[in-house]
Design a protein around this ligand. Structure first.
Ligand code: A2P
Length: 269
């Protein structure tokens, strides 16, 4: 078989859509993004995740992936790590244009604006691929109607892992439809922990010291006017949760809004 030809179309189990890969971008040897077609009946809310994967030996091999693209986008986009011996990502990292990916029909998740009580500033705190759901949220106009400021704080080990940096800092403020709405509201705060960068260190340290608020010209973090969405590794989520709860924040969930919500940045294999 021609190595460059798309793989033959697999039979798709009923719980999934079989969608066609339209774009693949490798950020680093540990991180990539891809886009695929979107069934017109696939509906989701910004911040949700779905089960995504491949047919492997006649069976679906899937993991939870937050949708990167906004609900109004015609296609779907996802951000993934690459783990050489990971059952799914060792395969998924090799997908090519024209290949078929599985998209679970039932998106879900807690990182929804409706799970937060009204507030002034929305903080979207991510490490690594935890940025994914926030890429969808920051392109959702409704978010800017609810908040005066929306902060995207993304912490990674190395500068090259700051995926979507150009889109957040340059393209969105100039965006034809969203630009005017978000230009004065969207604040991007990237930080890097393992090489020199203007803002260095973990988000936990930067929040504890108050440096993030000072740098952004915002008042100190308070449960009264700040709302937080958290999406990182288990350790990062636990540390930020502790920091927030010490300041009187309460966790929200579906049907029970609070002053912060949390989700794991899922795919680790
Ligand atoms: P660090 O380099 O100090 O470990 P990873 O690639 O391991 O998922 O990490 C992504 C980013 O999350 C790294 O910059 C890492 O910082 C940071 N990180 C890891 N654990 C925590 C934690 N408990 N709290 C805050 N940030 C963390």
């Amino acid at each position: 078989m021609d190595a460059l030809a798309p793989r033959p179309k697999p039979t798709i189990p009923p719980a999934f859509f079989g969608e066609t890969v339209t774009w693949v971008h490798h950020w680093t040897d540990r991180l990539f993004s891809f886009r695929c077609t979107r069934d017109p009946t696939f509906r989701f809310v910004a911040g949700q995740f779905a089960m995504i994967g491949l047919m492997v030996e006649g069976k679906p091999l899937v993991r939870a992936y937050s949708v990167v693209s906004p609900p109004w986008d015609e296609e779907l986009e996802f951000l993934s790590i690459k783990v050489q011996n990971g059952p799914l990502t060792s395969r998924l990292q090799h997908i090519k244009l024209g290949d078929t990916v599985l998209i679970g029909r039932k998106p879900t998740g807690t990182l929804l604006t409706e799970n937060l009580l009204p507030g002034k500033t929305l903080w979207l705190l991510a490490t690594g691929t935890g940025l994914a759901p926030f890429m969808s949220l920051i392109r959702e106009p409704d978010v800017y109607e609810r908040y005066e400021h929306v902060v995207v704080a993304h912490t990674v080990r190395e500068v090259k892992e700051l995926a979507y940096r150009e889109i957040i800092s340059k393209e969105l403020p100039e965006h034809e439809f969203l630009g005017e709405m978000l230009r004065d509201k969207l604040l991007y705060y990237p930080s890097v922990t393992r090489e020199p960068f203007p803002t260095q260190g973990r988000i936990t340290t930067l929040l504890e010291s108050g440096k993030v608020c000072t740098d952004l010209g915002l008042p100190p973090l308070s449960a009264e006017h700040d709302r937080v969405m958290l999406c990182g590794s288990e350790a990062m989520n636990a540390d930020v949760k502790a920091l927030l709860e010490a300041r009187g924040f309460t966790e929200g969930s579906n049907n029970s809004p609070g002053t912060y919500v949390v989700e794991k940045a899922f795919v680790t294999k």
